[in-house]
Design a binder for this molecule. Structure first.
Ligand code: G4P
Length: 287
């Protein structure tokens, strides 16, 4: 078992609630279903983070999808803080059973203990900073709690473990790997950027053809009305953005970097690459 997994298991013993962050643009690829097993018996909340970069309609669809499966969900933007305030009331709902159980046993006002989890780069640190804000006080070690753990007291009802749990992405699934590469959660240096750009163009042709056509002023069809290849589209982007090597040769690597950067930063618009409908055909069915 990896060190990260062992640590996660240790920490999960200390908490009542798991706050799982996913990337709203790729909510399937950016989660690891192992958390279902690891977090058995714990209350759960899923946060669609970076919702500012994702399609608003899809955000709503994903929220419904999670709720249909009995998981409390919320869309948030950890960078601006949008949606963060609503989490407190969701925590009370998600932990209602635990709070009622405590009350029955005569335990009043014991705060809910929570931990943030997610794969790298999904926004865990940004979220903890936004959620905890300045008002928080670190409570330090508590008797009976593993040494070295720091809890952030958010209010009288909620304490947060200050270090997030890092989940490992499911890289062995090719599609998951591609989607994580699109959002920049894989090391670009080990990727052939032209291939990645063509892969992204293929998805955008299906889901958001106008986003590409409008931004780069290029058409998906050639003059005879046939469909352009992805390579031809990339050449179109290179020409539009004047990405040239010496002479008139096109710099396709530069055009690929540019396209991916435009997508990742939201300059192509708010785009979601995975749809709730896909869950039915995905390997990661059991969200
Ligand atoms: P991690 O702890 O899960 O590894 O992720 P981290 O908080 O370091 O966030 C990774 C990147 O995602 C950061 O950008 C962060 O600003 C950005 N981010 C986090 N939440 C949101 C969000 O809701 N919306 C948007 N648009 N971005 C978000 P960075 O480029 O690595 O750093 P920086 O340029 O912000 O300094």
């Amino acid at each position: 078992m990896t060190k990260a997994k062992r640590m996660m298991q240790e920490n999960i013993k200390l908490i009542d609630l798991i706050i799982e962050l996913v990337d709203a643009r790729v909510p399937i690829a950016s989660r690891n279903p192992d958390i279902d097993e690891l977090g058995k018996g714990k209350s759960r909340i899923v946060l669609l983070n970076k919702s500012d970069l994702a399609d608003e309609r899809c955000n709503k669809g994903w929220m419904r999808c999670f709720e249909d499966k009995g998981i409390f969900a919320l869309e948030v933007n950890s960078k601006s803080g949008a949606g963060i305030k609503a989490i407190n009331s969701l925590v009370q709902k998600a932990c209602a059973e635990k709070i009622a159980r405590d009350r029955k046993r005569g335990i009043l006002n014991r705060p809910v203990r929570a931990m943030v989890v997610g794969i790298p780069n999904v926004g865990k640190s940004t979220f903890i900073n936004a959620f905890a804000g300045k008002a928080c006080t670190k409570t330090g070690n508590k008797p009976g709690v593993t040494k070295g753990k720091q809890w952030i007291r958010l209010n009288k009802n909620l304490e947060l473990l200050d270090t997030p749990g890092i989940l490992w992405p499911k890289f062995e699934d090719n599609l998951v790997g591609m989607h994580l590469a699109f959002i920049g959660s894989m090391n670009d240096e080990i990727i052939v950027m032209e291939e990645l750009a063509c892969g992204l163009l293929e998805i955008l042709r299906e889901l958001y053809p106008e986003a590409v056509a409008d931004r780069y002023g290029i058409s998906w069809r050639d003059e005879a009305g046939g469909a352009h290849s992805m390579a031809a589209m990339l050449e179109g982007i290179a020409r539009c953005r004047r990405c040239f090597l010496k002479g008139e040769n096109l710099d396709l690597k530069k055009a690929s970097d540019l396209l991916l950067d435009d997508f990742r930063s939201g300059r192509l618009g708010r785009l979601t690459l995975e749809r709730p409908e896909e869950l039915e055909t995905s390997e990661q069915k059991k969200i």
